[in-house]
Design a protein around this ligand. Structure first.
Ligand SMILES: O=P(O)(O)OC[C@H]1O[C@](O)(COP(=O)(O)O)[C@@H](O)[C@@H]1O
Length: 347
């Protein structure tokens, strides 16, 4: 039987620029400034991808000898990625301010440049522990509108619920570099064509299956978990003979971007729960530039994202670098784990 499917070379590739222009035309979802913003972020991600790809040859591996606001040692690539994103974004006139995991306070747009209506917040290189060992890392970003009438945006201007995001996404620097984007109307993936130097649409309207047999969690923290969290994982580990009546498999990259990308590709649940090791820290991951953008992407792909007790996108931020527990991915598993927590709280 002859194969009638079109050969891949006969299909015209859709570049990120073309995709954005068509979105602007057909749905009015974005304006020219937002389009420029996404293109600039994508260009910065391309530069970060090149730096990551050079590895030891680029002289960028290892520690920068500094600490960020969370007291974490910064890697040279963390600092470089932050600089790339700042430099790419500050002069275009599309932003009112930027904020990053790697900077204590928001970064204002220098006075010599025009200001725009958007705020950009990002984790320039997520998965720090994997940078030097050649395992996937990534950039996560979230776009908010600058509150009306605010001309010098400070931390307060950024403290908006995740539901206010107008765009979000991430780039994963793996065996290929993939940019995943939502503008609030589905989730789309663009692969970096290393020869042509641009991002090309490779998947539209990604969907996370409702059910899954795969979970991602740092099991070494089990002794610190709350009882409902232990209950949920114990049931998965019990497999066929346990209350769930089936086996579950575990995958854990320890780069949130790579773990979320796997879930977007084939389903799963990712959990970084609250633990009792340090009661002052309600979880490890940061709300504004890790949990919120990933929750937006996951919900737009039909999945769910909670803190184990409430929807992440509804959390009212109190601090730029605030942490939250994160449960996200296949809807039925996220809902079950969340139910175990709310039931335990109510009893
Ligand atoms: O190895 P741990 O401590 O469980 O942390 C892994 C998690 O920390 C992160 O690397 C985030 O921390 P960084 O922003 O410092 O990289 C996530 O990508 C990942 O899921």
């Amino acid at each position: 039987m002859s194969d009638t499917s079109p050969s891949p070379v006969s299909v015209k590739p859709v570049s990120l620029s073309r995709f954005l222009i068509e979105e602007q035309r057909s749905k009015g979802q974005i304006n020219a400034d937002l389009r420029l913003l996404i293109e600039v972020v994508a260009r910065a991600c391309k530069r970060i991808s090149i730096a990551v790809g050079k590895g030891a040859l680029g002289g960028v591996l290892g520690s920068a000898g500094t600490e960020n606001v969370q007291g974490e040692t910064q890697k040279k690539l963390d600092v470089l990625s932050n600089e790339i994103l700042l430099e790419a974004n500050e002069w275009g006139g599309h932003l009112a301010a930027l904020a990053s995991e790697e900077m204590d306070d928001p970064h204002p747009i220098p006075n010599r440049y025009p200001k725009g209506e958007y705020l950009l917040v990002f984790d320039p290189l997520d998965g720090s522990s994997n940078i030097d060992v050649n395992i996937s890392v990534g950039t996560i970003f979230s776009v908010l509108r600058c509150p009306e009438g605010v001309t010098e945006p400070d931390e307060q201007a950024f403290l908006q619920r995740g539901t206010r995001q107008v765009a979000a996404g991430y780039a994963v620097y793996g065996s290929s570099t993939v940019l995943v984007l939502t503008l609030g109307d589905g989730v789309h993936a663009f692969t970096l064509d290393r020869e042509q130097g641009g991002f090309v649409l490779t998947q539209s309207n990604l969907t996370i299956p409702e059910d899954t047999g795969e979970f991602a969690i740092n099991m070494s923290n089990i002794r610190h978990w709350e009882p409902p969290m232990r209950r949920y994982i114990d049931e998965l580990l019990a497999g066929k003979t346990g209350p769930r009546g089936r086996d579950f498999n575990m995958r854990w990259v320890a780069s949130m971007v790579a773990d979320v990308h796997r879930i977007l590709t084939r389903g799963g649940i990712f959990i970084y729960p609250r633990d009792l090791k340090d009661p002052s820290k309600p979880g490890k991951l940061r709300l504004m530039y890790e949990a919120n953008p990933m929750a937006f992407v996951v919900e737009q792909a039909g999945g769910a994202a909670t803190t184990g007790r409430a929807r992440i996108l509804d959390v009212k931020p109190e601090k730029l670098h605030q942490r939250v527990p994160v449960f996200l991915g296949s809807r039925n598993e996220v809902e079950r784990a969340t139910r175990y927590h709310t039931e335990a709280d109510a009893s």
